[in-house]
Ligand binder design. Structure first.
Ligand code: ZN
Length: 138
């Protein structure tokens, strides 16, 4: 069995962002030489997510509105976590959108459904963040 590890780096210029990382994951599979196996991709921060959904801007706006209803950013004083930090909402949003995805690799490609794309979800941006890619297989 082979294994391959890579990190992706982000520093968004907005507090929240959704970034399609599907091409980077397929590039990592190519670099790994693995044709059949599994890919794990996870955010390495507790205020960011990796998730699978549609690459459609209306839906991304809907996610933003929905997450703001569930865990509004402001007022910062509504959260016990906020004191030295102002990112309690980002921790909560990350929990709902998930930490990681695992995707099958078939014939050297991500074996995704027809509309599935992998996204990095940033909820506390404007700082350096990392995503881990781990691939195992042969
Ligand atoms: Zn925090």
């Amino acid at each position: 069995m082979k294994s391959y590890r890579k990190e992706l780096y982000f520093n968004t210029n907005s507090r929240r962002a959704f970034i399609n990382i599907t091409p980077e994951l397929n590039e990592a599979i190519q670099a790994s030489g693995i044709r059949e196996g599994l890919l794990l991709c996870n955010a390495m921060h507790i205020t960011a997510s990796v998730f699978i959904n549609d690459d459609e801007s209306g839906l991304h706006h809907d996610f933003e509105v929905w997450l703001e209803k569930l865990a509004p950013e402001k007022p910062y004083s509504q959260y016990n976590h906020n004191g030295y930090e102002d990112n309690a909402d980002a921790h909560l949003k990350r929990q709902i959108m998930g930490r990681e995805v695992t995707v099958a690799i078939t014939n050297g490609r991500l074996d995704l459904g027809p509309w599935e794309q992998v996204f990095y979800g940033e909820f506390d941006g404007k700082r350096n963040k990392r995503v881990l890619i781990k691939i195992i297989g042969e």
